[in-house]
Design a protein around this ligand. Structure first.
Ligand code: SF4
Ligand code: SF4
Length: 194
């Protein structure tokens, strides 16, 4: 019983000191803290007059980049759309005369985007990239829906030398498709269409 009382006493807060000296000490401590901060350099940032430069890898406004030749990098593979946890990316794929795919339209609803960066991780062509531009806020949520012309930029972004078409689908000179060991013959996917 005595041991239990001892354990309970350990968890009790210390008794409150209501003496005038204690009140005076608290007052002096408070003023001392105020005086200490008066002499310090303020760290308040006056936004928007002063805009802090964020690190390059900060995740804010999303753009669609171009390859070094100026062509659109996006091949409308839908991987970013599939990876997006809030389903805010939508597009329509199309094919050029040379067989290359592109996005006929591409839309991101920034009103839903949580800037997680998963779309950028999923993109095989480095087309979709998040930038440090955090000033992408509007009062009217309907204006947060960005179309392809709002997203497409002129530059290459983080991968200035990367051109997807210089790596993907390029013949290696070691044999035709389907001729390597344990490699199946290519399938004409369009033959499966109804
Ligand atoms: S950053 Fe995340 S939430 Fe925003 S579009 Fe990309 S995957 Fe979707
Ligand atoms: S942005 Fe990238 S992941 Fe998204 S559809 Fe285009 S190529 Fe595919």
């Amino acid at each position: 019983m005595a041991k239990e009382e001892h354990n309970n006493a350990k968890h009790l807060p210390p008794p409150v000191d209501n003496s005038p000296w204690s009140a005076m000490k608290a007052l002096v401590d408070g003023f001392a803290t105020t005086l200490k901060h008066l002499a310090r350099k303020p760290i308040t940032e006056q936004y928007p007059e002063y805009k802090r430069k964020l690190p390059e890898r900060s995740r804010a406004r999303i753009v669609l980049t171009r390859d070094p030749d100026g062509g659109e990098r996006c091949v409308a593979c839908y991987l970013c759309s599939a990876a997006c946890p809030v389903s805010c990316i939508s597009m329509q794929s199309a094919e050029k005369e040379d067989g290359r795919r592109y996005a006929r339209w591409f839309r991101i609803n920034f009103g839903r985007c949580i800037y997680c960066g998963l779309c950028e991780e999923a993109c095989p062509t480095s087309a979709i990239q998040l930038t440090p531009d955090f000033e992408n806020i509007q009062r009217d949520i309907l204006t947060m829906v960005f179309e392809k012309q709002d997203l497409l930029v002129d530059g290459c972004g983080k991968d200035p030398d990367y051109n997807f078409y210089q790596y993907a689908g390029v013949a290696t000179g070691t044999g035709e498709k389907g001729t390597h060991a344990r490699e199946d013959k290519p399938v004409n996917v369009k033959s499966n269409m109804p």
